[in-house]
Design a binder for this molecule. Structure first.
Ligand code: SF4
Length: 497
């Protein structure tokens, strides 16, 4: 990616792109707190959900100010920027793009002013009827050159649109009324935080694909993608925002309205990889679920070995569970560079060839001569696991047995996770035996879909498991993709409207 200043950004995390989330959202309403700082630390806790851009919108009751920039939360904000964001209500967002390119224009919160109110909005998820919704907007923004090209911008325009039309009696419908009228028309995955000058709102699609929780501060309220963000700002968990629910928070307290019947289908992959281990989803600790998956993996795919090692960090809980259930000692055989992400330095050809070593390095003295069980969370294209197996052999492993704490990922996600296309997913075209050969392992075992589901303690009917079994909770129209609005604009359609 070339930045506007001409610098080349190399994203080292994309060598074999792991599944990546579509964003973290955070909102706070509190007359007694520095809401910009709370939003900052909330986003800091949610950084794993999106690392391309970050933004915070704050209102003092009269005016909304938005600050957003490309980069990590800690790169985007400093004390001086935060000190300019004064008020009692804020929404924050950290982005990984699944709709529209990773450019400043698509960073969030989005902002729109209307005659009756201004609106700032952050979105975690992915819509699947964006073209239909953009047509409703009337082409005012979507797909035009130089304007935002994300599903979120279309949604923002729709929430603001009724405010642009003065009713016969001269009344401007507010943001809340516009949202309640619009949300039943929106299809796909969305956990939203948004605000007008005075009120914080949160809404979740009727399937509840992505998490969203409500927390209580001593003097106010917080909404966040994950409970871990509540912990960090000192909020206590009240409850999850229900699928199909819109919450409004102002000086009158918390109001709830239902805009759709709940049909729960929470994302199973949140338990595998996406959510922080110290987060709780539907009452289940993500860490506990992952350790339990490891135990089940050991029961389903036992092997004679000397040492269980995780592929850090996401393979760690399942490796602990595997070691506990199998009785094989647990150890650290791979060291991760925790700071790998973006660097502005282009690696030399020699460094590039080291590939995975930029992220992971083996501990030869731990590995040499041992039969290793390497536990990872998922296989997308297979490149990472192939490199890890080769690296472990190079470090002297006698045998390398790969165990994966999710079933084969064979279907793309349309609900806010960017895996790869189906053609790029190794499990879409190769059998487990063929993948074993492709990555060069002595053996390979994936946990079963039933085993993973059982570890969440939720019934299968309340989960989306589509990337594993292809059974999408809703029909996905053809032509869905990250760049659909940009393609429409490039084709001279003036946007899909
Ligand atoms: S398809 Fe997979 S990643 Fe996407 S929402 Fe469903 S379970 Fe989650």
């Amino acid at each position: 990616m070339i930045k506007p200043d001409g610098r080349l950004t190399l994203d080292l995390s994309q060598d074999d792109q792991p599944p990546r989330d579509a964003c973290g959202v955070f909102g706070v309403w509190s007359p007694g707190e520095d809401v910009a700082k709370l939003a900052y630390f909330g986003l800091y806790a949610l950084q794993h959900r999106g690392q391309e851009s970050a933004g915070i919108a704050v209102s003092d009751g009269a005016r909304i100010v938005v600050y957003k920039e490309m980069g990590l939360v800690a790169q985007v904000f400093d004390e001086s920027v935060l000190s300019t964001l004064r008020g009692h209500v804020a929404v924050g967002h950290c982005r990984y793009s699944t709709s529209g390119s990773s450019v400043w224009e698509n960073a969030q919160p989005t902002f729109r002013a209307t005659p009756s109110a201004s609106l700032a909005l952050g979105h975690n998820g992915n819509l699947i009827n964006t073209a239909e919704l953009a047509a409703l907007v009337g082409g005012r923004t979507a797909g035009r050159a130089g304007t935002p090209t994300s599903d979120t911008d279309v949604l923002t325009a729709l929430f603001a649109a009724p405010g642009e039309t003065v009713a016969a009696d001269g009344h401007h419908p507010g943001v809340e009324a516009a949202a309640l009228a619009t949300l039943p028309l929106v299809r796909g995955a969305y956990s939203l935080v948004f605000m007008d000058e005075a009120t914080l709102y949160a809404a979740r699609d009727s399937y509840g694909f992505r998490p969203l929780v409500l927390g209580r501060l001593a003097r106010g309220w917080v909404v966040a993608s994950e409970t871990a963000a509540l912990d960090i700002v000192g909020a206590t968990l009240v409850r999850e925002v229900e699928p199909g629910e819109l919450i409004a928070i102002d000086e009158r307290g918390v109001r709830s309205a239902r805009f759709a019947e709940p049909r729960p289908a929470g994302c199973l992959f949140e338990y595998v990889y996406l959510a922080r281990p110290d987060t709780t989803i539907s009452g289940r600790s993500v860490q506990s679920a992952r350790v339990e998956v490891g135990r089940r993996l050991a029961a389903e795919h036992p092997v004679a070995a000397d040492l269980v090692i995780p592929v850090p960090e996401s393979g760690t809980p399942a490796a602990i569970g595997y070691a506990q259930a199998s009785g094989i000692p647990y150890g650290q055989g791979l060291v991760k560079n925790s700071y790998v992400g973006r660097t502005f330095i282009q690696p030399s050809q020699t460094i590039r060839q080291r590939g995975i070593r930029l992220k992971l390095n083996p501990l030869r003295e731990v590995i040499e001569g041992k039969r290793i069980v390497a536990v990872d969370d998922s296989i997308v294209r297979g490149n990472t696991q192939r490199a890890i197996v080769a690296m472990l052999r190079e470090a002297g492993a006698a045998e390398v047995h790969v165990r994966i704490s999710s079933p084969p990922v064979a279907w793309p996600c349309f609900f806010g996770i960017d895996f790869a296309t189906r053609a790029e997913l190794i499990a879409a075209s190769l059998s487990v035996a063929e993948i074993t050969e492709s990555i060069g392992a002595d053996s390979l075992g994936y946990v079963s879909l039933d085993g993973l589901t059982a570890a969440t303690t939720l019934p299968a009917g309340q989960l989306c498991r589509a990337c594993f079994d292809g059974a999408y909770p809703m029909q996905v129209p053809a032509g869905q993709g990250k760049h659909m609005l940009e393609r429409a604009a490039a084709a001279g359609l003036g946007g899909p409207a």
